[in-house]
Unconditional design. Structure first.
Length: 319
């Protein structure tokens, strides 16, 4: 009897090889866990919610109330806003704030020019100049106000002494309603010049040298290169500085508070929106009205910032 033995079947699938003890195989993750995103953004989101969003909502709620003489609050609806828009001091505060903001924006082209000079190749003492311009930024506002009050003093001020040496009669700069706001705006420009110069220097150093070399080959002079190449390529930095400058100018308070005073005859011509908020909230203890002033300022800043972002599409050039 003959027995036929069939040949062994070929294995079509290979058995998985045992991993080497020295090699650790990665586990396939079917999907990233969303909890890790919360771990990273949670602290920042919590800080924004606690220190920014909740105070904004709380201010809005308080603006619809009226504080009692011994604490507590009474819901009055839009009464504070009606009173605010009927307040004649609001028009003056808005006018003074707008004028201060316009004057403060003069510091932007001034900072661009100084930054361009400091970026000149071969300039000696460049680090010393940068340090001198940045010193006001790290100086306490109270010290800045004290020094400039002495400079502007009508009796023994350095400014009047310098003007008198060339035959120009000085004046009391901080008590004259026609010059007080301009004098304070000059101090604001001087105090913020260092920050703007540092930002513009960073933007200037980011401009490729090949573009300037190509302009030199085409015969472009320094003025033509500055307005046709430097300014367009520096426009993102100019836009950023303009946004933060407008926001900072609309919130001006410390210089006015420390350089003038409540009894100053020039106060009606220098009172800003934030100073109006200070008087209502801290001097008159009218928290509801002060909150309405603060929320109005928030809306103004928001509207102007949105307008700036819309207009930047027409003049800001990104590479």
């Amino acid at each position: 009897m003959t027995v036929v033995v069939s040949p062994p079947r070929a294995q079509t699938e290979r058995m998985p090889e045992a991993p080497s003890p020295g090699i650790r195989r990665r586990r396939r993750n079917p999907g990233a866990s969303p909890w890790w995103a919360l771990v990273f953004i949670g602290p920042t989101a919590l800080g924004i919610a606690v220190f920014y969003l909740w105070p904004t909502v709380r201010t809005l709620i308080i603006s619809f109330t009226k504080s009692g003489p011994f604490g507590g609050a009474e819901w009055v609806g839009i009464e504070n806003y009606v009173r605010l828009f009927q307040d004649p001091e609001l028009i003056g505060a808005l006018r003074n704030t707008a004028l201060y903001t316009v004057i403060a924006l003069i510091g932007i082209p001034l900072a661009v020019g100084i930054a361009a000079l400091l970026n000149t190749a071969g300039l000696k003492g460049r680090s010393a100049y940068r340090t001198l311009y940045f010193i006001p930024v790290v100086t306490m506002p109270a010290a800045i106000a004290l020094v400039w009050r002495m400079i502007y003093n009508g009796d023994y001020g350095v400014l009047n002494a310098a003007l008198g040496s060339v035959g120009i009669e000085g004046r009391s700069w901080l008590t004259d309603p026609n010059t007080a706001l301009v004098a304070i705006a000059v101090v604001g420009i001087w105090a913020g010049l260092g920050t703007n110069i540092v930002i513009f220097l960073a933007g200037l150093q980011g401009i490729p040298d090949t573009i300037m070399e190509a302009a030199d080959l085409d015969g472009a002079g320094p003025v033509r290169k500055f307005f046709s190449i430097t300014i367009p390529l520096l426009s993102p930095s100019i836009f950023f500085v303009s946004v933060i400058s407008v926001i900072g100018a609309l919130q001006v308070f410390d210089l006015i508070y420390m350089m003038l005073g409540r009894s100053n005859p020039a106060m009606p011509n220098t009172r800003t929106v934030v100073y109006l908020f200070y008087e209502a909230g801290f001097l008159d203890n009218d928290r509801g009205y002060a909150a309405a002033v603060a929320f109005l300022l928030l809306v103004i800043i928001l509207v102007l910032t949105v307008v700036q972002f819309r207009l930047q599409k027409k003049w800001v050039h990104y590479e």
